[in-house]
Design a protein around this ligand. Structure first.
Ligand SMILES: CC(C)(COP(=O)(O)OP(=O)(O)OC[C@H]1O[C@@H](n2cnc3c(N)ncnc32)[C@H](O)[C@@H]1OP(=O)(O)O)[C@@H](O)C(=O)NCCC(=O)NCCS
Length: 199
């Protein structure tokens, strides 16, 4: 891992106040530098929802309670490999509102059954995160989420990465079935840094 990333990881875990400033600056820079490229995202969501059983769209502030319920009502073991951020209402509101994340939901009618996002860095890097309600697994939702995230990342021209545990077979398989990727680096605790190929 390069020194800059090591430093950021250290700040995130040990210097909360400074990390908040880093997040704020990143959010402002993403907004200034890249938000003009976000205009077509709702259209991409619409196109990729057509012909599927579910509706995939950008999350709004009105979805926070549903997101809170989804993230806090899965079995603990199910979330062993998914802890991108805190899941209290205040944090979720911040995440949906600011430019550090582009957040999306998968809806079965009015019910939020999947959460997925691109974590954006102003240096033009995006990291993928996906969670499907455990009662909705195996229906191809994660695959559709991936297609949408790849399409958005291609549209805004951000290379896409993910850190995935080697033990998270479901996550690796569902990515493999949509787009090729390269393992950039083996990280500690059996995690892989993965870069997805551009189409
Ligand atoms: C991993 C996860 C996102 C998969 O969601 P899903 O909607 O059930 O996956 P899909 O139905 O889209 O499956 C896509 C493919 O992956 C395969 N797959 C999914 N879960 C699998 C598992 N546990 N073991 C083996 N294969 C699996 C499917 O068979 C399918 O393969 P196919 O295209 O050859 O038919 C979901 O289980 C989840 O949210 N897990 C908890 C959170 C998590 O770990 N997120 C990833 C963090 S990196």
């Amino acid at each position: 891992m390069c020194i800059m990333i090591k430093l950021l990881v250290y700040i995130k875990h040990h210097l909360t106040f400074i990390w908040r400033i880093v997040e704020l600056i990143n959010s402002i820079l993403v907004r200034i530098l890249w938000s003009h490229k976000f205009r077509k995202i709702p259209i991409i969501c619409g196109v990729l929802s057509v012909g599927t059983k579910y509706n995939y769209r950008i999350l709004e502030l009105g979805d926070i309670e549903s997101l809170h319920y989804l993230l806090n009502n899965q079995n603990k073991d199910y979330l062993n490999y998914f802890s991108p951020h805190k899941t209290d209402l205040k944090t979720l509101k911040k995440i949906v509102k600011n430019y550090n994340y582009l957040t999306f939901g998968c809806f079965d009618g009015d019910k939020l059954v999947g959460y997925f996002f691109l974590r954006l860095f102003f240096t033009r890097r995006a990291f993928i995160g996906r969670l499907v309600d455990e009662n909705y697994q195996g229906k191809g939702i994660a695959k559709q989420m991936s297609k949408l995230l790849y399409a958005v990342a291609d549209e805004i021209d951000f290379p896409i990465y993910s850190t995935i545990s080697k033990k998270n077979i479901g996550s690796l398989k569902s990515h493999q079935s949509v787009r090729k990727y390269t393992v950039v680096k083996e990280l500690k605790d059996n995690y892989l840094l993965i870069k997805f190929d551009k189409q």
